[in-house]
Write a new protein. Structure first.
Length: 199
């Protein structure tokens, strides 16, 4: 086996090991469950989810919103979800007028209402624009779920639920964030439009 093959295997093994840590952490599993239940409550009450992140986490925000709005495992009515990372005119207007730190906060001020749910994604837990968004959530009665890395950063003090992936390596954290996003989508879809969970 050459060194590149070893490297490839080690990357895969590291990813598996991170997910095994999540699987073995009862507290983390309960947080994911509680986030899923809160999403169901929000949707049953006629509200929506709003999702944001930077870079790869912006892509994750769009990915998760796309699964809610379109479909995940099966055909069903669309579920309202907005990625706050997609409208370049809004993003550049806010960035120009108020600064990059406000690009998500301002959108939550405009489009978020009490009873909505915000998912803020930051591998470090310290993204300033996510922290500003979480402050708006507190003021407006918007429930907040944070997805971060092991440290949790400053966002853990601002979130209603902060799901901290047990890793300090950005790719491993991001791989786990999209796993958690997929789980939330599956829970919501099944409970609202499927047969529910019987065991």
């Amino acid at each position: 086996m050459d060194s590149l093959e070893v490297y490839v295997k080690n990357q895969i093994a590291d990813s598996i090991a991170t997910k095994q840590k999540i699987l073995g952490n009862e507290s983390l599993l309960q947080q994911i469950k509680q986030a899923g239940l809160k999403c169901i409550e929000v949707y049953k009450n006629g509200n929506k989810t709003l999702i944001a992140g930077n870079g790869g986490s912006a892509a994750d925000a769009q990915h998760i919103a796309g699964e809610f709005v379109s479909r995940f495992y099966f055909d069903r009515p669309g579920i309202p979800s907005i990625a706050l990372t997609t409208d370049t005119s809004i993003l550049t207007a806010i960035g120009n007028d108020y600064g990059y730190e406000k690009i998500f906060a301002r959108q939550l001020e405009a489009n978020g209402v009490k009873g909505d749910l915000f998912i803020g994604i930051s591998t470090s837990g310290n993204s300033k624009n996510i922290l500003e968004a979480l402050k708006v959530c507190k003021n407006k009665g918007i429930f907040s779920v944070g997805l971060s890395g092991e440290s949790g950063g400053a966002m853990q003090e601002l979130c209603d639920i902060c799901i901290k992936v047990p890793s300090n390596t950005t790719p491993r954290i991001q791989e786990s964030h999209i796993l958690i996003g997929h789980i939330l989508c599956a829970i919501v879809e099944e409970q609202l439009f499927g047969k529910g969970f019987t065991n």
